[in-house]
Design a protein around this ligand. Structure first.
Ligand code: NAP
Length: 248
């Protein structure tokens, strides 16, 4: 079983859902975590929950990942607090769904700024220290929607397809430095993000999933800990779906 003793994981969007499950999974395997969320209360609550089980494993940092100056400042703080970074997980993401005909420019910008520019800001801020670390990994949380598209999610699909292109380019740029960069493409996972869908929509989606159910946050966390492990050292530039078979 992978162990992350002595390793530092920097995780955006770790306050809830998939991010919080990943944080718990890494903490259980011995990692130290910097948990970044948009709101102070969210990262503080996540860090408290983790530290209650794994003493002093997590520190909270409130930052908007779409703000490059704020990301640079928080990166300095994290590197000074932890002394380095081994794993960067770009997981922060939002949706602002609507048919293209009605989609406002602000909804396009907000989704692209958080989901794609956020990963750019974070990766830029941490790439140098990652190059100097042991078993360095970047994991980007994309989505099956970035592979398949979806009516009502042009902004979200574009952001996640962009994140996949970004992943492959970063994988090529940093391979020579031993840094791997991969993307996870979750299907429909039970979280706050999918709880907002109405029951009829959920039933329709479930019908189209070969394994006939939504995934759990732990399914995504298991893939993240594998991609961050030493066992995954020869995997880079890949998009791995955990989606009940939606994209086979
Ligand atoms: P979630 O429950 O809505 O949580 C999103 C997290 O991202 C929160 O902690 C939030 O901070 C943080 N966040 C949002 N905007 C941010 C910003 N500008 N700066 C910093 N942090 C920000 O989402 P989730 O369902 O766990 O999804 C996590 C990732 O998986 C996202 O990238 C999403 O697109 C992707 N994904 C999810 C599904 C799914 O079915 N749920 C499927 C495919 C892909 P606060 O806590 O402060 O609000």
């Amino acid at each position: 079983m992978a162990t992350f003793d002595g390793k530092v994981v920097v995780l955006s969007g770790g306050g809830r859902g998939i991010g919080l499950a990943m944080a718990k999974s890494f903490a259980a395997k011995g990692a130290k975590l910097a948990i970044l969320t948009r709101t102070e209360s969210s990262c503080q609550a996540a860090a408290d929950a983790i530290n209650a089980e794994y003493a002093e494993a997590a520190k909270p940092y409130a930052v908007d990942v779409s703000d490059s100056a704020a990301v640079d400042a928080v990166a300095k703080e994290i590197l000074s607090d932890f002394g380095g970074i081994n794993v960067l997980i770009n997981n922060a993401g939002i949706t602002r769904d609507g048919l293209l005909m009605r989609m406002k420019e602000a909804d396009w910008d907000a989704v692209l700024d958080t989901n794609l520019k956020g990963a750019f800001n974070m990766t830029k801020a941490f790439q140098r220290p990652l190059m100097k670390s042991a078993d360095p990994r970047i994991i980007n949380v994309a989505s099956v929607i970035g592979l398949m598209g979806n009516a009502g999610q042009a902004n979200y699909a574009a952001s996640k397809a962009g994140l996949i292109g970004f992943t492959k380019s970063v994988a090529r740029e940093l391979a020579g430095k031993g840094v791997t960069c991969n993307a996870i493409a979750p299907g429909f996972i039970q979280t706050d993000m999918t709880d907002v869908l109405d029951d009829k929509v959920k039933e329709g989606i479930q019908e189209r999933i070969p394994l006939k159910s939504f995934g759990q946050v732990e399914d995504v966390a298991a893939l993240a800990t594998f991609l961050a492990s030493e066992e995954a050292r020869y995997i880079t530039g890949q998009v791995i779906a955990t989606d009940g078979g939606m994209t086979m």
